[in-house]
Design a protein around this ligand. Structure first.
Ligand code: PMP
Length: 419
């Protein structure tokens, strides 16, 4: 049995009060809270080991370097990478996507080529590719969604066949809807058309067990802060042959072997892509977060989060003035909804008065919102520490909002047709 009360004791912030009410934090897709082990590992670094890595000739620096490189091994093993040298530390998912769009884009994209993305991409895995396409005279082609707001696999296959894209960049899980994409199938199909696959794992990593070999992708990246780690660090994993062939992106210290005024010899992997001093404490915090997750029964965590979502979706979907997006799709624990007659931003302010934290707006997925003909949604996103009581509180307050704000001529009682 998954013991959520034991988990909650690991996260000090969860006992805080907001606006006089116990915090109900349902904004985990934006960022997750940090367990004590993560904060301790960051504090321990600054208290006992603070020094720069790789270039030291003193004990502290050597100890920091050992821990830093050990963190790389932990991250590699967490995602099933056979070699830690294929794990590159970045500032986060956004930096990883930009690195790829520039460096992989330079390696692979020529005028007239196509880069395939999905309609549900976060801007971080869309705008960098769009700019690469513009720079190279290539074309960005979006894969549409089905009427159920899932990736349209038959359209995807047709677009692969039609355009033979050089790069396919897909999110593993939609941050706006929570929908899980069948990335293993997508990568398999892409390979048949010789496309290089880039998977944005930002919303998957905290919820799903990820094995990059099994997924069959060429690149996978995520931000640490969405999987219980500190901000300012992310992971980019890639296949060795591609990483070796890719040109350098940012330049500076660490990523070189030898420099003269007319030539630079670049460093080996992974350092070739790690210019400058890395966020050492955050890297150690990320390793602590991944180790923390590894001690848990990940399937039980996923079942717990899915059950919370199912409860909320089933409770709210029956109200005719509420539209839940992708209600039946495989999902990590994100509920995205709109309430007719009530702006999502107003709803969020009212929920905040009761200590309930949600996110509203376009969720950095404007093309997705446009495809749904909406401006934004109200998004409640669950993490492993959320409880059934919190889900019930959220539902109760949404129903209260309906009663107090709906236009009097609209029915607000459950609609039996929709159950
Ligand atoms: N991709 C997805 C799917 C995301 O949800 C996010 C963050 N909302 C990002 C990329 C960008 O992450 P970051 O801002 O941490 O770089």
């Amino acid at each position: 049995m998954f013991d959520v009360s034991r988990i909650r004791r690991d996260f000090p912030i969860l006992s805080s009060r907001v606006n006089g009410k116990p915090l109900v934090y349902l904004d985990n897709a934006a960022t997750t809270h940090k367990p004590r082990v993560v904060m301790d590992s960051v504090a321990r670094f600054y208290k006992l080991q603070n020094s720069n890595v790789h270039r030291g000739s003193h004990t502290l620096s050597n100890a920091a370097t050992t821990e830093f490189e050990n963190a790389r091994k932990i991250a590699a093993s967490f995602i099933g990478s056979p070699d830690p040298a294929h794990v590159i530390w970045t500032k986060g998912a956004t930096e990883a996507a930009n690195l790829l769009a520039y460096s992989l884009g330079d390696l692979l994209i020529k005028p007239e080529d196509v880069i395939l993305v999905s309609t549900m991409e976060h801007h971080a895995n869309l705008v960098p590719w769009q700019q690469t396409a513009l720079r190279k005279g290539a074309t960005l082609v979006p894969v549409p969604l089905t009427d159920e707001q899932t990736l349209d696999i038959s359209a995807y296959e047709s677009l692969l066949k039609k355009h033979r894209p050089k790069i396919v960049a897909l999110t593993h899980v939609s941050n706006a809807l929570g929908v899980i994409n069948p990335v293993e199938q997508c990568c398999h199909l892409a390979k048949q058309y010789h496309a290089t696959t880039v998977i944005d794992g930002s919303q998957a990593i905290a919820h799903l067990s990820v094995d990059v070999k099994q997924l069959g992708c060429d690149f996978y990246f995520f931000s640490g802060h969405k999987c219980y780690a500190p901000g300012g660090v992310g992971v980019l994993w890639g296949k060795e042959d591609l990483l070796k062939a890719m040109p350098v992106w940012q330049c500076g210290g660490e990523m070189i072997k030898h420099v003269s005024f007319d030539h630079t010899e670049f460093n080996d992997l992974p350092f070739k892509f790690e210019a400058g001093t890395p966020p050492i404490a955050s890297v150690l915090g990320l390793a602590a977060a991944l180790e923390y997750l590894s001690t848990l029964d990940r399937q039980a965590v996923q079942a717990h989060e899915s059950a919370l979502r199912r409860f909320v979706v089933d409770s709210l979907q029956q109200y005719p003035t509420i539209k839940v997006y992708a209600p039946f799709a495989e999902n990590v624990g994100i509920v995205s909804l709109s309430i007719s007659g009530l702006h999502h931003q107003d709803a969020a302010f009212l929920l905040d008065e009761h200590g309930i934290a949600v996110r509203t707006g376009h969720h950095c997925a404007m093309p997705l919102m446009e495809s749904l003909s909406i401006q934004g949604t109200l998004r409640a996103s669950f993490a492993l520490y959320n409880t059934r009581e919190e889900a019930e509180t959220f539902v109760a307050h949404i129903i209260d909002l309906l009663s107090s704000t709906m236009a009097s001529n609209q029915p607000i009682k459950p609609n039996s047709d929709q159950t």
